[in-house]
Design a protein around this ligand. Structure first.
Ligand code: PEP
Ligand code: MN
Length: 341
């Protein structure tokens, strides 16, 4: 809240009330009397004014409009930090020149399958292993994940391949296990606005991959990042994974315009998940390439050695040979936009 536009012919008394209100919030004001309109420029740290307080001022007599110049998210904004945030995990930098690829199955199914997939994606140049031990399934009757046992398999596969692990948290009660076994904590689309969960991961010393909610605006998404950062954890990366639109031909609509837009609005690294973005194996590679062209810092891609038998998301999972080919093809795209992969 930085500029208050007053209604024409607002009384001196109404103006005094507004100035008093600002003063009570520790803010100073600069009243500028134009020929048509009077405008109040608010001076001070207006980011401390909550949206509710702003609404209360908007409701005061004489106020026509309030314009915010500072964004409601502060720590996440480019205004707050000009240079890109680089997140280093076991020596691997996310948000630098090199584009990192996170690959693996949707869910951890068992030790052998997971290790098999991990070895394959490592061979092809992936930098991280993904896999869900706690799965957010639409149906309570679908496979819900192996839980703690799954986390242990992830840690074993990580040990074998050297790939750090990305896995999803769904419940604050699981945080200790996840912190122990994983290297990056994923917040899934369905939990993007689970504010208690966001605060929980904001209090631990592990990078967070924050997926965009199913129908979240960019602003809501950045506010969720702000929740995490407000607790002290500034290692947050934003992952575009498609939003829900009227279109049903694809699982979601991958909003690639979010990538360059986020690059303007925030210093945080941007990840793209073409797998959940489209939901169809054949469309994953083209969208992965487009994501790199659009400026993504990392990709997260579902890979399975036997997609037909996968417990979840087999339809969108790439076979290892296809993933290997995609990794090669991405090189030229990365180079064309001044990056490496
Ligand atoms: C996943 O990564 O397997 C997943 C469930 O993703 P999302 O939260 O984007 O649906
Ligand atoms: Mn999945």
């Amino acid at each position: 809240m930085d500029i208050i536009v007053l209604q024409p012919e607002t009384s001196e008394e109404d103006i005094r009330h507004i100035l008093k209100k600002l003063e009570s919030k520790g803010l100073k004001a600069n009243v500028s009397q134009g020929t048509e309109r009077t405008i109040i420029g608010v001076i001070g740290d207006t980011s401390k004014v909550t949206e509710d307080e702003e609404d209360a001022i908007r409701a005061m007599a004489g106020v026509e409009n309030i314009v915010r110049i500072l964004k409601p998210y502060k720590l996440a904004s480019r205004d707050f930090k000009k240079e890109n945030t680089e997140i280093t995990v076991k020596g691997i930098v996310i948000g630098g020149k090199k584009i990192q690829v996170i690959a693996g199955p949707c869910a951890v199914e068992n030790r052998t399958i997971l290790t098999g997939i991990a070895e394959k994606v490592k061979e092809s140049g992936a930098a991280f292993l993904r896999g869900g031990a706690y799965k957010p399934r639409t149906s309570p009757y679908s496979f819900q994940g192996l839980g703690l046992e799954g986390l242990k398999y992830l840690a074993e596969a990580s040990e074998k391949t050297g790939l750090p692990v990305v896995t999803e948290i769904m419940d604050p009660r699981d945080i200790d296990g996840i912190v122990e076994y994983a290297d990056i904590i994923q917040i899934g689309a369905r939990n993007m606005q689970n504010f208690r969960l966001l605060l929980e991961v904001g209090s631990v010393n592990k990078p967070v991959l924050l997926k965009r909610g199913l129908s979240a605006t960019i602003k809501e998404w950045l506010m969720s990042a702000e929740y995490i950062m407000s607790r002290g954890n500034h290692n947050v990366m934003l992952c575009e994974r498609g939003i829900r639109t009227f279109e049903t031909a694809t699982r979601n609509t991958l909003d690639l315009s979010a990538v360059p837009l986020l690059k303007q609005l925030t210093h945080l690294p941007v990840v793209v998940d073409p797998s959940h973005g489209v939901g169809k194996r054949d469309l994953v590679a083209p969208m992965a390439k487009a994501a790199v062209a659009a400026g993504a810092d990392a990709l997260i891609i579902e890979v399975h050695t036997n997609p037909e038998e996968a417990f979840s998301d087999g339809e969108q999972s790439l076979r290892p040979d296809y993933f290997a080919k995609l990794m090669q093809e991405l090189k030229a795209v990365a180079q064309a936009v001044g990056r490496e992969i």
